[in-house]
Each structure stands twice: as structure tokens, then as C-alpha cells.
Design a protein around this ligand. Structure first.
Ligand SMILES: *Cc1c(COP(=O)(O)O)cnc(C)c1O
Length: 470
């Protein structure tokens, strides 16, 4: 027993550790509290080891001071990193919700930081000096691009739908096709959002077919709106039918009931021009006569997280007055990023070039092949021969619940290791100091170059080099 006690006395003192040369340097660079936490946790760890030591092993046990310092340095470095930080998306899923959906364009950096780090014209009318509205900044460009009379921006599309229904249809009925009662991303479920908003769901038709007479028969005293939801993330194929927006608008006009469309992703460009299946554009919905259209800012639009509501002024004005708008309101950084992103759309070719989401989706075969060749070369040259690197053809996905059936041809880099299993490798990449999120496909570790930036290639190569040094 006496020996165990002797071990306790050998544990280095906090002050001595803080006076160690490397720790002293560390203290000039990182907050003292992080260093202290790491020192205490590691000392506690040694104490626990000694307590749990079987009697027979006390003799052999010794405290490795060097190892202790190394652990502290490692822990502090890890803790000193931001929790929310850049990651590398090697999955090929362009709008990856868990990885932050759309990337903002480099072209709008200055606009966003300018507004975020200075006082701004957020809510002041420069002409009169009186209080202005934060919504007018995007309203002008949104209405120009979509042809809508008016616009309002909230936190996300879920909030947009909630606000629209809560304003127009509180305690009243909203008619929706059974084929459109979808769940999007787990937390957005049409029936539940409707219930939360205070609107009463009146479902019509069947899962696969809904006709205009289904809507018409359901219209009554209590009907406040007809709602069409774009079933972004799934498709019913085969014997199906839904009422198109134009016909729904006709019906709405006949009974003087507003027609609301949640188009989900909300694109401003016609993707069919770029070889995709047709996705409805916001302009087309406005053109077809929808009274209100809602969509996301960070899906196919390629902007910041936001929910954009466009449509007839009389309805948008009602929403602006709804106290819920205050709860859903967007901050100045979002507004700056959204306005700047939307301004890029004033020239579609510029938008395609400069908005990363659009660029990644419309990337030409040659560009992908060139990128893949670049990463392939770098990896074959730079990393240990214990890894084998191969190129193969494959597909990327749009993601974010948009265009679920679209398969985008791409080139994949497949990496095999003699030392690590596929799952180990995936985990090591994920836990790398700059997390690299790879894809596992048919038991292979895959990197899809479509979503990897060229300036990230070196980071990937460096990661594999470090894995070899273990
Ligand atoms: C994605 C989506 C939503 C939710 O939008 P968020 O911006 O993620 O809140 C709502 N409706 C549809 C049809 C969608 O595709």
C-alpha cells in the first residue's frame, strides 16, 4: 500500500507543468483556462490509473512526464479549435444538409462582411431619415427576378410556410392533396407544420392521384386557401396525377380563394437547359398566377439559409404585420448574403459561374475529369504506397431534398489501404483536424471530386500522409 501512496506523490504538480517550456509557450497562444482544464484532466487521469492499479502491478508502474506533456499539448490544440468549422465535402452530395447546404459565393464576401462589421442601413430610410424596413433590401431584387408584386424573407422555408398559413388560414381550412403531405428532412412534415400554424388540414384525393374536382368538392365556407407542395425529395411514378398550378389558380379565382405554393427548393433558373429534369422555377409559379410562393434560400438558390415568400402585395402586407414575422426575422448578415447572391442572378451566366451550388451542379465533364486527374496525381505521388488510388466513373447527387432522381455523372477516386479498413479510414478522415467527409460505397472508400474544392486537394493528401506515419 505504501507504494501506491508513493506513486501519488510522484504525480507532477499543476504549477510545475505550467512552468514546463512547451506549456509556457502554449500559454502565450491559447486561453489559460483551456490549458488548466487539460492539465487537470490529465492529472486526474493518472490519479485514476493509480487507484485502479492491481497490487501486483504497482511495482512496474511509472509516470511518463514526457507523455503527459504530449497529451496536454494534444488536448489543448483540439480544444482550442472552433467546434463549428470548415469541413471538406468529398461525398459528391452538392446540397448536403448536414454539411451546411449551399456554399456562399466568394464574390459576395465583401458585401456580407461590410454589413456585419459596420453599422448599416438595416432599418433606416436614407431618404427620410425615418425608421425603414429590413425587408426592402432584398424585396427589390427578388421582385425583379421573380416578377412578383412583393416579397418577405424569414429564417427558413419552414418558417415561411408557417407564417403564410398562420396569417392567411388561422383556424380555417387549407386544402392539400394527399399526394403532397410529405416529410422533408425529418423535421418538416406538411401535416405537422399546418397544425402548428393553426390552419386546419383538409386532405383531398389519394396518394397517387388527385383531380381538380377533388379540390372543388372540398371547397366550403371554411376554406382559406388551396396549398400545393412540391414533393421535392420523392417522386410517385406510374399511374399518377396531380392538378397543375394553372388549374389550381383557375379554381382559386372561381371561388376567390388564394393559392399558395411551397416549391421547396425554389430555383430561379431553368435547370432543364443544363440537362436536368424540369424543376419548377419561381418565375413560372408567379406567372401561372400563384398568390403566394415560398422557397428556401440555401437549396438550389445557393444563398444563405432563409425562407423567401413572394406573391401578391395584399397577402405579403398581412404577413409583415403578423407578430410571428418578428420571431422569424432574419439577421443582417443573412440579408446581405441573400441580396448579394440574388444580385448575381441578374446575369444568369455570372450566377452559374459564381454561385458554387450552380457551378457544382452544372460542371462539365471535362472539368470534372481534369479535377479528378489532379487529385489522383497528387495522391499517387504524395502518399505512401500502402495506399492504392484508382479512378472510376460514378454519380453525384443534388441532395438537400432536391431533384432526388437526378444522377450526375462524375469521376470518383477510390482509395484502398493495406493497413486500415474502409470504416477506419472513413473515421480517420472524418476526425482529421479539417474534417474530410468521404463516401463509403460498396465497401469502398470513395472521394467524389465534384464537391471538393481544388485548394482542398493538398489537405487531403496531407491527411493520408499523416495516417501513414502512425
Ligand atoms: C426543404 C423544403 C422545406 C423546408 O425548407 P427549409 O428551408 O429547410 O426550412 C419545405 N418545403 C419543401 C417542399 C422543401 O423542399
Amino acid at each position: 500500500m505504501a507504494d501506491r501512496k508513493a506513486l501519488f506523490t510522484q504525480i507532477p504538480k499543476v504549477d510545475d507543468i505550467l512552468n514546463e517550456d512547451r506549456i509556457k509557450i502554449l500559454l502565450t497562444k491559447v486561453p489559460r483556462t483551456l490549458v488548466l482544464d487539460a492539465v487537470r484532466a490529465n492529472i486526474e487521469d493518472i490519479r485514476r490509473q493509480i487507484v485502479q492499479l492491481p497490487d501486483g502491478e504497482i511495482e512496474k508502474f511509472s509516470i511518463d512526464d514526457e507523455e503527459l506533456i504530449r497529451r496536454i499539448l494534444y488536448d489543448v490544440t483540439a480544444k482550442n479549435r472552433m467546434s463549428l468549422t470548415k469541413a471538406i465535402n468529398a461525398t459528391g452530395v452538392v446540397l448536403h444538409t448536414n454539411l451546411g447546404r449551399a456554399l456562399l459565393s466568394d464574390a459576395i464576401k465583401e458585401e456580407v462582411w461590410n454589413v456585419a462589421s459596420n453599422y448599416s442601413t438595416l432599418e433606416i430610410d436614407i431618404k427620410t431619415g425615418k425608421r425603414g424596413s429590413r425587408y426592402i433590401h432584398v424585396e427589390e431584387v427578388v421582385t425583379k427576378l421573380t416578377g412578383a408584386e412583393s416579397a418577405l424573407v424569414v429564417n427558413n422555408n419552414a418558417a415561411a410556410v408557417m407564417l403564410v398559413l398562420g396569417t392567411i388560414a388561422k383556424n380555417k381550412e387549407v386544402i392539400v392533396s394527399r399526394g403532397q403531405l410529405v416529410e422533408i428532412g425529418g423535421s418538416f412534415r406538411v401535416p405537422e407544420v399546418m397544425e402548428q400554424s393553426g390552419a386546419k388540414l383538409k386532405e383531398v384525393g389519394t396518394t397517387n392521384k388527385t383531380h381538380d374536382f377533388d379540390y372543388e368538392r372540398a371547397i366550403g365556407e371554411e376554406t382559406a386557401a388551396l396549398l400545393k407542395v412540391h414533393t421535392s425529395n420523392y417522386k410517385i411514378l406510374g399511374f399518377t396525377e396531380e392538378v397543375n398550378l394553372k388549374d389550381l389558380v383557375q379554381l382559386g379565382k372561381k371561388y376567390n380563394i388564394p393559392v399558395i405554393e411551397d416549391i421547396g427548393s425554389g430555383t430561379l433558373i431553368d435547370f432543364s437547359k443544363y440537362g436536368f429534369v424540369k424543376e419548377p422555377t419561381v418565375q413560372e409559379s408567379i406567372e401561372a398566377g400563384a398568390d403566394i410562393v415560398t422557397f428556401s434560400g440555401d437549396k438550389l438558390l445557393g444563398g444563405p439559409q432563409a425562407g423567401i415568400i413572394v406573391g401578391k402585395k395584399k397577402y405579403i402586407d398581412l404577413m409583415k404585420k403578423n407578430p410571428m414575422t418578428r420571431a422569424f426575422r432574419v439577421d443582417k448578415m443573412t440579408l446581405a448574403a441573400l441580396e448579394a447572391t440574388l444580385r448575381l442572378y441578374l446575369d444568369e451566366q455570372e450566377a452559374i459561374k459564381k454561385i458554387p451550388t450552380l457551378h457544382m451542379l452544372t460542371m462539365q465533364k471535362e472539368e470534372i475529369e481534369k479535377k479528378a486527374e489532379g487529385l489522383y496525381r497528387l495522391l499517387t505521388e504524395k502518399i505512401s504506397p500502402s495506399f492504392t488510388v484508382e479512378k472510376q466513373k460514378g454519380f453525384s447527387q443534388v441532395g438537400g431534398g432536391s431533384m432526388p432522381l437526378a444522377e450526375l455523372p462524375t469521376v470518383l477516386i477510390q482509395i484502398k489501404s493495406c493497413t486500415f479498413s474502409v470504416n477506419q479510414l472513413e473515421k480517420m478522415l472524418r476526425e482529421y483536424k479539417i474534417p474530410i467527409i468521404a463516401r463509403i460505397q460498396e465497401e469502398q472508400l470513395i472521394l467524389d471530386v465534384r464537391t471538393i474544392k481544388e485548394n482542398e486537394f493538398d489537405i487531403i493528401a496531407e491527411a493520408f500522409r499523416e495516417f501513414t506515419d502512425f
